[in-house]
Design a binder for this molecule. Structure first.
Ligand code: ADP
Ligand code: ADP
Length: 225
């Protein structure tokens, strides 16, 4: 299978009478070139979903496949899939204060061999940051930092892109620009992209919307135009 596939995934925290089902029988397929949104209240399991999809957390049961590769294998193999196949975009985008934009984007390539990386400077140009490749995060606006964070997530040519609250710090116009960028990159590179969001403006950019409540994922209203 291509894209991202979750089959009957269950993740529990705690034991005895204090068990929380963070993910309760979650099944989901995100195809290549597709962007889905996941909405839901705090504590619903959205972070858990990203952690499992990204191979950071191993579920108690069920299967997770990234580009056909089962993440159930050994930690070493999972680490490789994380490094080569998964891109993360964080809310605060975790840029390192001392590094220039170009060095931030290059960073994921320094943790181990990546088969077919993109050129960091070309990628920065593609996300509209070519002219600020030598700036450090404090010299960039919120929207610009988010673009650098996106470029950093794309440099390994991931097949799955996991995005956590990409617009939390942005005004509406910047939010739309960032979403357009994410959707364009997803289509152009055939990624399977999952966006966790509280922002209803984000939904119309996405192909499908899912709602998460108490660890259960259900198809939400399709708001894409
Ligand atoms: P969301 O991202 O939607 O806010 P989370 O995935 O963070 O939800 O959490 C889902 C549920 O799992 C919540 O009830 C949360 O309290 C619980 N949970 C998350 N991480 C842990 C943990 N490390 N230990 C115990 N419970 C956890
Ligand atoms: P955006 O267009 O993303 O909303 P702003 O309106 O916040 O950006 O900022 C406008 C311009 O000012 C941007 O091009 C950005 O590079 C620059 N800028 C913002 N903050 C700083 C800073 N602390 N140091 C240098 N330049 C900055």
């Amino acid at each position: 299978s291509t894209g991202l596939l979750l089959e009957e995934v269950t993740l529990r925290y705690g034991d005895g009478e204090e068990v929380t089902s963070a993910l309760d029988d979650v099944s989901l397929h995100v195809g290549q070139g597709e962007v889905i949104a996941v909405v839901g209240p705090s504590g619903a399991g959205k972070s858990s979903l990203l952690a499992v999809a990204g191979g950071l957390t191993v579920p108690d049961s069920g299967r997770v496949l990234v580009g056909g590769i089962d993440l159930a294998g050994r930690e070493r193999d999972r680490a490789r899939v994380r490094r080569e196949r998964i891109g993360y975009v964080f809310q605060s985008n975790n840029l390192i204060p001392a590094l220039t934009a170009a060095d931030q984007v290059r960073l994921p390539l320094t943790f181990g061999r990546v088969p077919n990386p993109r050129d960091p400077r070309e990628l920065l140009a593609e996300v509209g940051m070519g002219h600020k490749a030598d700036r450090r995060p404090h010299q960039l606006s919120g929207g610009e930092r988010q673009r650098v964070g996106i470029a950093r997530a794309l440099v390994t040519r991931p097949s799955v892109l996991l995005v956590d609250e990409p617009t939390a710090a942005l005004d509406r116009r910047r939010s739309n620009e960032v979403l357009e960028l994410l959707v364009g990159e997803t289509r152009a590179h055939g990624m399977a992209t999952v966006v966790v969001t509280h922002d209803h403006d984000v939904l119309r950019h996405c192909d499908r919307v899912f709602e998460m409540v108490d660890g259960r994922l259900t198809a939400g209203e399709r708001t894409a135009v």
